[in-house]
Write a protein that binds this ligand. Structure first.
Ligand code: COA
Length: 500
């Protein structure tokens, strides 16, 4: 690679002599430091410096607190966990090896609403960030950093950290320039309203504004993001999408929504992606998204002519979709914006826009409480991510899941959830492939029978009915047989199945 290749991307000549190897840049990171790295749901993560840290951690004592936007791609969370590099990890992850280290108590994981991390950093409730490592398409003439496929928490990391390492990724097209909208809210308690009144509003800068003197090192990379691991829609996820479409049609029929709906948010993973995909065959049109991760379904909806605009914090695509979208990116770009995750997930904006939020549960209970994170009540899966930011503040808060997991050994509808991420107060609709329960305006007693009839798998309906009838006989606003409420999870632990 000639230096001309990357000099076009580093537009401030005073920074040219900052270009160093990943190892040299990583040497700025010392044992015990807090590092803020770019990366949000496998998109736009710094790639070379973390691997240089992994190499060092294999041969010298090196532990860091790592804060990112969300999960990282290219197996970085796995490599860092296996090299024992991480002492603390904030605010989200989705890697099996890191999950094991967290559940073994080796890595302290702070599972946080994605909108909150930088608020806590800014007010020094957590942190401080000693150094930021940010993947970029280019650095502007003024030293501004142009992110790649995610914004996540990168802007605040770069603004708050005293030192910044930039990874210029030459494989990311400069066409990404202009995609981002960097806005940092003013200080509390006198914060100005965030002036977004529609998903397509741009309110900030197309780069992260920092003092270029803070850029301590620049590393040149070429590795691409890893592709997403979501599976294509299957009959069950298609059924979930169908139930949700019927509900939305009903909302239009009774005049609560129009057939352009309201801005949509969809959570991560296979099920949420499939649900969005299902809108292709719906009567709705001119849709918009105000979401965080934009998955394959966003581009499927664009291609189907159903979606007018999508706002997010990252773009995470499957290999096939990546190959289709990238050469044609100029066509999609005017319909897209990537924002800092505190803006994509900001409660003020979610409430203002009246978002229809679709997130995924591991399990939900008879009363509409949701567990999205803890298997069996104790073991971390991925984290709450942005689901709480959206669920609490949405116009319509929907949770979806398949009615059973692990070949039917687990019912996703349980008497009482073993961990609560979203309380019954934040949940309007629950959906499985069996059907949908509209919980709005219903007291807990009314919810339970509806949830069993509409959402539970037939194999578990009698068990749930038996439980709820005996609980109702005991009374209460939210009836339970408290000594039995978690017995399904206990049975799963002891026998490998909730079935009796
Ligand atoms: N108990 C135990 N395991 C369960 C389960 C339950 N009740 N329900 C599902 N699972 C398992 C599945 O078997 C599967 O396991 P596998 O990976 O070993 O195959 C895994 O959980 C994922 O389930 P899947 O059905 O494939 O759904 P998904 O890919 O849509 O992921 C969540 C579902 C809940 C894990 C995922 O959406 C998540 O982490 N959500 C929380 C964060 C979030 O909502 N963010 C949104 C904004 S970022």
């Amino acid at each position: 690679m000639t230096s001309d290749t990357y000099r076009q991307r580093i537009r401030q000549p005073s920074l040219w002599d900052k270009v160093v190897s990943a190892e040299a840049a990583a040497s700025l990171i010392q044992d015990g430091m807090t590092v803020g790295m770019s990366g949000f749901t496998r998109a736009g993560e710094a790639k070379a410096v973390p691997m240089a840290l992994v190499q060092r951690a294999r041969t010298e004592p090196l532990k860091i607190t790592l804060i990112t936007g969300a999960s990282l791609g290219n197996d970085l969370d796995k490599q860092m966990a296996e090299a024992h590099l991480l002492s603390r990890r904030i605010p989200f992850q989705s890697d099996p090896a890191l999950r094991r280290a967290i559940n073994a108590g080796e890595v302290m994981f702070i599972d946080q609403h994605l909108s909150e991390t930088v608020e806590q950093l800014r007010t020094r409730q957590i942190g401080p960030v000693d150094i930021a490592v940010i993947e970029a398409v280019a650095i502007t003439e003024q030293g501004g950093i142009i992110p790649t496929t995610s914004v996540g928490n990168s802007a605040s990391f770069a603004i708050l950290a005293p030192k910044v390492i930039v990874e210029i990724n030459l494989s990311q097209p400069t066409l990404l320039e202009g995609l981002h909208d960097i806005y940092i809210p003013t200080q509390r308690p006198v914060r100005h309203p965030i002036p977004i009144v529609a998903p397509e509003n741009r309110i900030g800068l197309p780069f992260i504004p920092i003092d270029p003197a803070k850029i301590a090192a620049i590393v040149i990379t070429t590795k691409l993001d890893s592709s997403s691991t979501v599976l294509p829609p299957d009959p069950e996820t298609a059924a979930i999408a169908g139930h949700l479409t019927e509900l939305l049609k009903h909302e239009v029929a009774v005049g609560r929504l129009t057939d352009t709906l309201q801005p949509l948010q969809a959570g991560i993973g296979t099920i949420a992606n499939a649900v969005m995909h299902g809108l292709i065959d719906s009567p709705f049109h001119s849709l918009t998204m105000y979401s965080e991760v934009l998955q394959d379904s966003t581009f499927d909806l664009f291609d189907a002519g159903k979606l007018d605009f999508a706002s997010g914090s990252s773009i995470t695509l499957s290999q096939a979709k990546y190959q289709a979208v990238l050469p044609d990116f100029a066509r999609y770009k005017p319909k897209l914006v990537l924002r800092p995750q505190e803006i994509s997930n900001h409660p003020e904006i979610i409430r203002r826009l009246g978002i229809i939020a679709v997130n995924t549960a591991l399990e939900f209970d008879l009363y509409g409480n949701i567990n999205s994170t803890h298997v069996g009540g104790t073991h971390m899966m991925n984290g709450i991510g942005g689901s709480g930011d959206f669920a609490r503040n949405a116009y319509l808060s929907v949770f979806v899941t398949k009615s059973v997991a692990k070949g039917g050994a687990i019912s996703s509808v349980v008497p009482m959830v073993s961990h609560v991420d979203h309380t019954e107060h934040d949940v309007d609709i629950v959906v499985t492939e069996q059907g949908l329960a509209d919980l709005r305006g219903l007291a807990p007693r009314e919810r339970a029978r509806l949830v069993i009839a509409n959402c539970a798998h037939p194999d578990y309906r009698d068990m749930l009915t038996d439980y709820v009838e005996r609980a109702l006989a005991r009374g209460g606003q939210t009836p339970h047989i408290i000594e039995e409420a978690l017995s399904w999870h206990a049975a799963l632990r002891e026998t490998g199945s909730m079935r009796r």
